[in-house]
Design a protein around this ligand. Sequence first.
Ligand code: ASP
Length: 287
Amino acid sequence: MSVIVVHGGAGDIKSHKREAVARACAEAAAVGWQVLAGGGRAIDAVVAAVRWLEDCPLLNAGRGACADANGDITLDAALMVGRDLSAGAVGNVPPLRHPIDLARAVLERSPHVLLVGPGALEWGRQFGIEGCPADDLRVPADEPAEEKAHDTVGAVAIDDEGVVVAGTSTGGVRGKHPARVGDSPLLGCGTYADDEAGGASATGTGELIMRVTLARACVDAMRAGEHPMDAARRLTDDLHRRVGGGAGVILVDRHGRVGVGHSTLGMSWAWHRADGAACGWQVPAGE
Ligand code: ASP
């Protein structure tokens, strides 16, 4: 029943990059699957997969994170555990290699759910979480055509105990206001998990995702019995219809069924479970 699904964002990217991001997702899913296959916990699988994606310079999280309007880098991340609905999130934090570690620290060591700004990173230092120079995260400038890409990263897993965990990490949107926080660290928007229904991690323009609370809408659809594949397609289409623009989402329901849907041209995704693995840059019809 255990499974992990990951994404590396949704949008339009140059064709030569599509295979590489799908492969990065496959690698991250395999890293997370190693944890689950060894009887490990969903939280460790999701964090391992997101950390892997944060290290991938092709994607907009950790290394490779995009710059704001001032040319600075600030990061958002969230982690939620569906057993007790516990969650930790950080918004607009200064550069660090693994924002998901800081979100996990908030979840496990803080009475709060969301910490924002430089103070969040300052707080994390007592647990050995350190910032890094922005240049450690910068990679050679993207081609202008990549501006329509939303290459946030995320993972959702369920383990043998039926615990559902979702995690998301991002640099936000290119050229964002320096004080902006996106959907990724907001529960119910970019990230949500509930053992009684399933989990979700979203990508796309955060300002649109927030307005339809996409992750929570997907989880509630699974709660009502909709197959995650149908829910992911329907609710990303719905977002497009209601507020315009595109988004993508990955889902796992409480039965371990997977969903991937996007109303953008493409979305990089991968899943891994006992009976096999798959990855791609678009969700094939009939999948
Ligand atoms: N959802 C992210 C944000 O708005 C962007 C992305 O998905 O790439 O911060």
